[in-house]
Design a protein around this ligand. Structure first.
Ligand code: HEM
Length: 211
């Protein structure tokens, strides 16, 4: 079967993703250092770790607005739209592929094309990460950066916001590890990473995709 290339990752998206990934790694490292610091020891000096964590968080937040705006004004946003029906059965098909089909050389159930950039499982996890978990992480992070607002809310709100912030931070760190693993099971082990660097994604050319 012939291969063709689709320009899936425009420059703005690649820059957003690069900044996002770097800030994430810095936030995870400094976040761990802050969380597990004791009175006598920590990976990074406590006040320095907080300062770096705050700056990286602010950069990540501004960068997140780039993602939202970019998805709003370019075609990339449409790849995140949920399909109206059959969502569950599509997810099951994809899960079946990852647990059985992939080991038996079966064809991908949802081959990528100009209209489909993500498989159903990928789409769901990206939507949850980008439109649910990351906004909660950012909102709780901003609230902790301006702790005066908790004086108005009261009711242990600072502790609750802190717990949510840490829990979502953990979820997204786990997401990142799984995300990187799934990026290795593309066309070849490195093809998805190369696509994120040069913008082009190689797919099988399915004649039925042509009008
Ligand atoms: C070192 C860390 C990371 C690496 C190596 C990495 C790698 C990749 C690669 C290779 C792709 C292209 C394949 C695909 O479309 O799925 C991708 C896309 C994507 N990544 Fe990551 N990633 C990292 C961190 C993150 C983080 C922390 C997030 C979000 C919290 C994230 C969110 C996304 C999203 C939403 C896409 C799809 C973007 C689009 O095409 O609209 N990534 N990543």
């Amino acid at each position: 079967m012939e291969m063709k290339k689709i320009y899936f990752y425009p420059v703005w998206l690649r820059l957003w993703h690069l900044v996002n990934a770097i800030m994430f790694l810095i936030l995870i490292f400094t976040g761990f250092s802050i969380q597990y610091a004791t009175a006598s020891s920590s990976w990074i000096r406590f006040d320095i770790a907080i300062a770096i964590h705050d700056i990286a968080g602010i950069i990540l937040t501004i960068n997140y607005l780039v993602f939202i705006f970019g998805n709003q004004v370019t075609e990339n946003g449409k790849y995140y739209w949920l399909t109206k029906d059959g969502g569950w059965s599509r997810l099951k098909k994809q899960l079946h592929f990852y647990t059985f089909g992939i080991f038996n050389n079966q064809p991908h159930p949802f081959p990528l094309n100009e209209h489909r950039k993500f498989n159903p499982l990928q789409k769901l996890t990206y939507i949850l990460a980008m439109y649910l978990l990351l906004p909660i992480l950012i909102i709780t992070g901003l609230a902790l950066y301006f702790p005066q607002i908790f004086d108005y809310i009261g009711l242990q709100s600072l502790v609750i916001a802190d717990m949510i912030h840490i829990a979502i931070g953990y979820f997204l760190s786990i997401f990142m590890v799984i995300h990187i693993y799934f990026c290795t099971v593309g066309h070849t082990m490195t093809s998805n990473f190369k696509s994120m660097l040069n913008g082009w994604h190689e797919v099988h050319d399915h004649p039925e995709d042509h009008p």
